[in-house]
Ligand binder design. Structure first.
Ligand SMILES: [Zn+2]
Length: 144
């Protein structure tokens, strides 16, 4: 019983801390399942080598080697940074029927923060197209 109470308090405190740590736009997307405006994200055309991490908890999510050229994918997904593969176990997929559509939401497996959606895409070698919000990510580049 006590453990449950302690857990509850930690979650509440974290949300308050996150509101201070994140910008209002970041908080809206990561914690309230929002979507950043297309073509607005800072990582859309970023080709640096490194690892994309969760903005909230720092877990490693996507290697830059899995990043797609958004201009070559489906036009409807071209406004957001896209990947064809996540690091093993890094993300969780959740069925999402909001906004009258059937989509698959992706969240950070470590902290549960919203990241974007994954679509089937037969053009990619994995058959998957992970569509991310830049505000959910932090790129850790290989060179300092
Ligand atoms: Zn996370």
């Amino acid at each position: 019983m006590q453990e449950i109470n302690i857990f509850y308090i930690i979650v509440i405190m974290n949300e308050d801390e996150l509101k201070k740590k994140l910008t209002p736009d970041e908080y809206r997307v990561l914690r309230e399942k929002g979507t950043e405006a297309p073509f607005s994200g800072k990582y859309l055309n970023d080709n640096r080598v490194g690892t994309y991490m969760c903005k909230v908890c720092g877990a490693e999510l996507f290697p830059s080697t899995a990043k797609l050229d958004p201009a070559k994918g489906p036009a409807s997904l071209s406004g957001w940074p896209s990947f064809d593969q996540a690091l093993p176990g890094a993300i969780r997929e959740i069925s999402d029927n909001s906004h009258g559509m059937h989509r698959t939401e992706i969240v950070c497996a470590n902290c549960g923060s919203h990241l974007g959606h994954v679509f089937d895409d037969s053009h990619e070698k994995t058959g998957k197209h992970y569509c991310l919000n830049s505000v959910c990510l932090d790129l850790k580049t290989d060179q300092k």
